[in-house]
Design a protein around this ligand. Structure first.
Ligand SMILES: Nc1nc2c(c(=O)[nH]1)N[C@H]1C(S)=C(S)[C@@H](COP(=O)(O)OP(=O)(O)OC[C@H]3O[C@@H](n4cnc5c(=O)[nH]c(N)nc54)[C@H](O)[C@@H]3O)O[C@H]1N2
Ligand SMILES: Nc1nc2c(c(=O)[nH]1)N[C@H]1C(S)=C(S)[C@@H](COP(=O)(O)OP(=O)(O)OC[C@H]3O[C@@H](n4cnc5c(=O)[nH]c(N)nc54)[C@H](O)[C@@H]3O)O[C@H]1N2
Ligand code: SF4
Ligand SMILES: [Mo]
Length: 746
């Protein structure tokens, strides 16, 4: 008889943070189901979680360090790998300084504590200004607009979906993505519930998505014109006397300036640009204003476009002007239990947004939150001169698949003197590395969503202990990152990382105890430190963050408050209740107000106004599309997700197909200023005329890629088509949607 056991843990694969029930036989994962008792997800899961079984068994997953020998990789011991790293990185740092080593951090870092808590230790040790992350191909515009308006880049207002009467979704498809900057397990169910209780759901997207299919209303929009549309809504609110910020009025500055800025954006002027009738724009504005509780939400489609920051800002402008920001059923600020910049420091006031403390070498572009646009990474590698990037560390990232002008970046990787990747696959990016250090299985990690609790539509704290111990030869990813940090700091391949870890944890403790709002008032650092005895690594840091955070036990000051020990006793999570109004306490702007018209944003409005006269002249533009059974670039090798509806095709509207002589099932050539791909055609009226769509994350091929399932049906990398010179100037975010292209039969 098989002796199986059950373990519970939070799914690390997307932002929805669903609770999983695992069935294990020894070290073998047999089955994944939804955890019905999870306080947030109540049993919901999607097909990706089921595929964790495949991931655990995937023979292509890297489990041993790999080192390059000519064109091939061979397995190596950890010691040998770290010695080679020391020998490869140190000379670059010694000869050319730390800026010669660039770091790229990919998306999965945000889904695990190792990345979230230890990458910053590595970055501090290295001291490079060449930091790049997936943020600049994702949500940078929202973080920039949020920082300007509310004071921190993590002060992102989240739709209170469970209590709203009216929701407008721009540029997001949660029925495929399960939500982003909006943590809400079973978001599809929560959206359906809005309608069931008599509310209304409106979707604005150049594609008629699965989300549009379950909505009351869907409007096609010309890619890149959300800011125009939102400004026309703002215009309508003002001219029709519908501006009603209510309680927010006394906490907001800049409303009059927004009125002036909106003047040119009449519904009549905007309509031919965005493709939505002016009467419809007016109706949308009136319905948002009339709804007792409404929430406007924008995501990938509104960020990864030409006017990303303006569109992100205007989403919140509409929420403020209609009194829906910080109101139940509107867009609200979560209160994350493990702390965030808007629960620490002085409540209600702060330093606000400061960008451009450094500027990049090749583009003189300002840093945002310490990083530069990844669209410029290839230039930093390929442009000779002082400060040229000669080595690269990628951690859980696949920039050669996920970032603009991907073909050129892939070539740039070969130009490096040294490259190291911390990853679980040999893919488009890591195949270029000199040393690959394996990440660890999800099952051997402790897990807490430090990032997504700050974006969740309900306040929840949930810790998952490791479901399995490390096997022989495996290493915790946080320890790998500390080893790398020690090497970068010149301590060599065999440094004492326990003391490094202590140092890092002491800093977190120091900050936590000094925070004005902490419950740990009057607690001595040494006394607190003693209470952490027996913990190390991410768990120790998490315990500190929980105990000094807004719900914390304050190291004993509030005995029924949160600590890691308390979460360990609650394997299905602790529910901390719905979001609560937080204005003005949540603000960290110097004025202590919501900045509705921040100067850098005001300055960019002229660019938007000038674009009002632009006409499309039959031009085609490319947008992406996420697929339910995929995860960016890295789950294509899992048999249960491959095949079926998961196909890399270009969607073409029947009118465009007829006009261009394109046939369904045949291949077509898609060409932009950056590159060209040949891809199979699907003719469908789910895309608007003039728009074609290719999913991102495909193109898993090239010498050295190790992915038997994925490489059998590689598809094409749509980011070969994304020009690296198309960025949102306010944030540096890449334009991945609305790329001008031509289409011809192959
Ligand atoms: N055209 C287009 N491009 C896009 C997008 C789009 O919508 N359209 N979306 C953008 C967005 S939103 C994002 S977030 C980026 C993502 O961009 P990236 O983060 O660069 O790419 P991912 O595909 O998420 O790659 C994750 C990498 O992490 C590795 N990995 C997975 N799990 C682990 C682990 O536990 N440990 C370690 N060490 N490694 C692990 C995988 O093997 C893979 O190499 O792509 C962006 N690119
Ligand atoms: N299954 C699955 N789930 C995922 C991921 C995945 O790859 N697969 N990736 C995860 C990640 S990293 C992220 S960031 C989230 C993203 O989550 P979402 O933001 O929901 O991402 P998408 O599904 O790409 O939806 C973006 C939508 O924007 C539309 N769009 C394109 N251009 C424009 C435009 O100019 N204006 C408007 N209004 N719409 C536009 C596209 O047609 C598309 O439907 O998903 C996460 N979840
Ligand atoms: S929706 Fe996201 S968190 Fe939930 S099971 Fe699917 S991948 Fe995991
Ligand atoms: Mo993302």
């Amino acid at each position: 008889m098989v002796q199986t056991r059950t373990a519970y843990r939070t799914c690390p694969l997307c932002e929805a943070t669903c609770g999983l029930e695992l069935t294990l036989d020894g070290r073998e994962l047999l089955r994944v189901r939804g955890d019905k008792e999870d306080v947030f997800s109540h049993g919901y899961i999607c097909p990706k979680a089921v595929a964790l079984v495949d991931l655990e068994r995937d023979p292509d997953v890297i489990r041993t360090p790999l080192v390059r020998e000519g064109d091939r990789f061979r397995e190596a011991s950890w010691d040998e790998a770290f010695e080679l790293l020391d020998a490869g990185l140190r000379p670059v740092i010694d000869a050319q300084g730390p800026n010669a080593v660039a770091v790229y951090l990919g998306n999965p870092n945000v889904h695990n504590m190792a990345g979230l808590l230890y990458n910053r230790v590595l970055l501090l040790a290295l001291g490079t200004s060449n930091l790049y992350t997936a943020t600049s191909v994702d949500q940078m515009p929202k973080q920039v607009s949020s920082a300007y308006m509310f004071g921190t880049g993590l002060s992102v207002a989240v739709p209170d979906v469970d209590r709203t009467d009216h929701m407008v979704i721009l540029g997001a498809n949660p029925l495929a993505s399960n939500g982003s900057l909006f943590t809400a397990p079973d978001l599809p169910g929560r959206l359906r519930a809005v309608r069931k209780r008599g509310g209304k759901l409106v979707v604005i997207d150049p594609r008629r998505t699965q989300t549009a299919d379950v909505a009351d209303e869907h409007h096609f929009i010309v890619p890149g014109t959300d800011a125009h549309l939102l400004f026309a809504i703002v215009h309508t609110l003002f001219v029709e006397g519908l501006v009603a910020p209510g309680r927010l009025a006394e906490h907001t500055v800049g409303i009059d300036l927004v009125r002036t800025l909106a003047e040119p954006f009449t519904p009549e002027a905007v309509s031919p640009v965005c493709g939505i009738a002016s009467s419809e724009i007016q109706r949308m504005a009136r319905e948002i204003a009339a709804a007792p509780r409404a929430a406007i939400y924008g995501r990938i489609g509104t960020c990864t476009q030409e006017f990303g920051t303006l569109a992100s800002w205007l989403v919140d402008v509409v929420n403020v002007l209609t009194g829906n920001l910080d109101r139940e059923g509107g867009a609200m600020f979560p209160t994350p239990a493990a702390g965030s910049p808007n629960t620490s420091g002085t409540p209600g006031v702060g330093r606000g947004a400061h960008f451009g403390r450094r500027r990049s070498r090749t583009h003189d572009f300002p840093e945002h939150f310490g990083e530069f646009p990844v669209a410029h990474l290839a230039d930093e590698i390929l442009t000779p001169g002082d400060g040229q990037v000669r080595a690269l560390i990628t951690i859980a990232g696949n920039p050669a698949a996920s970032t603009p002008d991907a073909g050129r970046l892939a070539r740039a990787l070969d130009d490096l003197d040294f490259m190291v990747a911390v990853d679980i696959y040999l893919n488009q990016t890591t195949r270029h590395a000199d040393v690959v250090l394996p990440g660890q299985s999800t099952l051997t990690r402790g897990h807490y969503d430090v990032a997504f609790a700050a974006l969740a539509c309900r306040n929840v704290a949930n810790y998952s202990p490791p479901s399995l111990d490390l096997a022989d030869g495996e290493m915790n990813e946080w320890e790998v990152l500390l080893r790398l940090a020690a090497i970068c700091a010149g301590q060599g391949a065999h440094a004492n990382i326990e003391s490094l870890d202590e140092l890092a944890a002491r800093q977190v403790l120091d900050r936590g105890l000094k925070s004005p709002a902490t419950p740990a008032k009057g607690i001595e650092e040494d006394a607190a430190w003693k209470m952490l005895a027996g913990r190390r690594g991410p768990e120790r840091m998490l315990d500190i963050m929980l105990r000094t955070g807004p719900f914390g036990d304050g190291f004993g000051v509030r005995p029924d408050g949160l600590s890691l020990e308390m979460l360990e006793r609650n394997p299905h999570g602790v529910d901390l209740g719905p979001m609560v109004p937080r204005i003005p306490e949540v603000l960290r702007t110097p004025s202590g107000k919501i900045e509705l018209a921040p100067q850098p944003i005001v300055d960019d409005v002229e660019r938007l106004r000038a674009s009002l006269s632009r006409r499309r002249n039959g031009e085609l533009v490319l947008v992406g599309r996420r697929q339910l059974r995929s995860n960016n670039s890295w789950m294509h090798n899992l048999p249960t997700l491959a095949g079926g509806s998961n196909r890399c095709t270009v969607h073409v509207h029947p009118d465009d197909a007829a006009r261009l002589g394109i046939e369904a099932g045949k291949h077509a050539q898609v060409t932009s200023s950056a590159g060209s791909v040949e891809v199979e055609v699907e003719v469908t009226d789910s895309v608007m005329p003039g728009v074609i769509s290719i999913p991102h994350g495909w193109g898993l091929d090239g010498d050295g890629v190790r992915a038997r399932v994925g490489a059998a049906d590689p598809g094409v990398n749509s980011n070969v088509l994304a020009p690296s010179d198309l960025i949102d100037p306010l944030s540096g975010n890449a334009v991945l949607n609305g790329i001008p292209v031509t289409l011809a039969p192959a």
